[in-house]
Design a protein around this ligand. Structure first.
Ligand code: BEZ
Length: 404
């Protein structure tokens, strides 16, 4: 069973502190000066460690935030609620839909809650907006989704790491495959109008055109506000394109793919994109409208490996039969990297944790083993996935590999 469509309801904004792990005990907030202060001693100090989880608890990306919470929680559950041998105390904060909510939430985690490290961040614009907060405070941020190229590229920080992907990489992987698929005919490009949409399309366009592909046109739709995609789909059809390449995620991906099917475009113009277009609960909500869509991503819960099967079973058992998503895995792996780093770090200062993150080595993940590249992004392979009907469910079947 996959997530039900009900996860697309908007939850209330919240900021809570909870201890995740075996008991999930709720703790009281505002603990400066209490036993919840960061342990400042050396390697042998085994006091509690406070970690911030900054994910969307509201807005179009809240389903992704829920998957990320689940992934982090599952790791802690499997490790006695500990990271690096210390009891983990997790402070949640709502990223919301953009920097206007994400930046204050990050600032609160760093300045008020005084966490040792933060993980999460779905939206590229938020990642770019919080970059200086972490760099200046010397608090490590392990980004477990947002793909903004700059935060591990031109705007890199020694305190920022990423367990997910970068926007260029996940899309560049798909360019030659689409160019081959359309055999010289043009492709129309569509994406949500914000940092990630622009970078994703640019990443795809570069390798697609280098492989001989032609672009029929491109448009960016207002992020978080577009419910009627008809004008954009009409423009795509009229352009004479043989296929469409699109980036949408969360509730926007549901509306887009359903309307694509309703307007009868699936048969005329095959749909391609990065895997967020058909990932997790959005795929359940899209249903049969998604069948045939081809995407690139570094994970599918259909991966036929012992490591992934074990993870899928554990996830289903922990979350009432829900299937894990790429968001759950990226967050599970963020907990794993933090666990390994805290095991070897000389204390829990930002400098010590960041230095230790550089030495964590191979991460045995449900996606396949990966490690941090020198720029702090994962070195990983991308899979070619196709949405297929499997019994009553629609799934992202892995049909090939796209390389690193
Ligand atoms: C981003 O903003 O980087 C992003 C959001 C949702 C899915 C993938 C990337």
């Amino acid at each position: 069973m996959n997530h039900g469509g009900g996860i697309f309801a908007r939850p209330r904004r919240q900021a809570t502190m909870v201890t995740l792990g075996a008991t999930f005990t709720a703790l009281v907030t505002g603990c400066a000066g209490s036993s919840l202060d960061q342990p400042s001693g050396g390697k042998d100090d085994k006091g509690p460690v406070k970690v911030g989880l900054l994910v969307p608890l509201s807005g179009v990306y809240s389903p992704l935030g829920k998957d990320m919470k689940n992934g982090f929680q599952l790791y802690l559950k499997e490790h006695d609620g500990k990271l690096g041998g210390r009891k983990a105390e997790v402070v949640e904060a709502d990223e919301g839909e953009g920097p206007q909510t994400g930046v204050p939430a990050a600032t609160k985690l760093v300045q008020q809650d005084k966490v040792a490290a933060v993980t999460g961040v779905v939206n590229s614009a938020v990642a770019l907006g919080v970059r200086d907060t972490f760099d200046e405070a010397k608090v490590p941020l392990i980004v477990s989704n947002a793909g903004a190229d700059g935060i591990t590229g031109a705007n890199a920080s020694q305190f920022i790491w990423r367990t997910s992907f970068n926007n260029t990489g996940v899309n560049a992987a798909m360019g030659p495959t689409v160019a081959k698929g359309v055999a010289g005919k043009p492709v129309y490009l569509l994406a949500a109008d914000y940092a990630a949409g622009k970078e994703m399309i640019a990443g795809f366009k570069k390798t697609f055109t280098e492989a001989g592909g032609k672009v029929a046109g491109e448009q960016y739709t207002p992020f978080g506000k577009t419910q009627d995609f008809q004008p954009y789909l009409t423009a795509a059809e009229r352009s004479g394109a043989a296929a469409v390449y699109a980036f949408y995620a969360g509730t926007e991906a549901v509306g887009f793919v359903k309307q694509y099917g309703q307007f009868g475009l699936s048969k005329k113009m095959p749909l391609y994109g990065p895997g967020f277009l058909t990932e997790g609960g959005v795929l359940t909500a899209q249903g049969a409208a998604a069948v045939g869509i081809k995407t690139s991503l570094h994970y599918s819960n259909q991966l036929d490996t012992p490591e992934n099967k074990k993870f899928v079973d554990a996830y289903k058992a922990a979350f009432e039969g829900a299937l894990p998503t790429v968001y759950s895995v990226q967050s599970y792996d963020a907990a794993a990297t933090l666990d390994k780093a805290l095991q070897s770090a000389e204390g829990a200062s930002g400098e010590a944790i960041s230095k230790a993150l550089g030495g964590v080595g191979d991460i045995a993940s449900p996606r396949g083993t990966w490690r941090f590249a020198p720029n702090h992004d994962p070195e990983q392979k991308y899979y070619l996935r196709e949405v297929q009907q499997k019994g009553d469910a629609v799934v992202n079947t892995v049909v090939g590999e796209l390389g690193k």
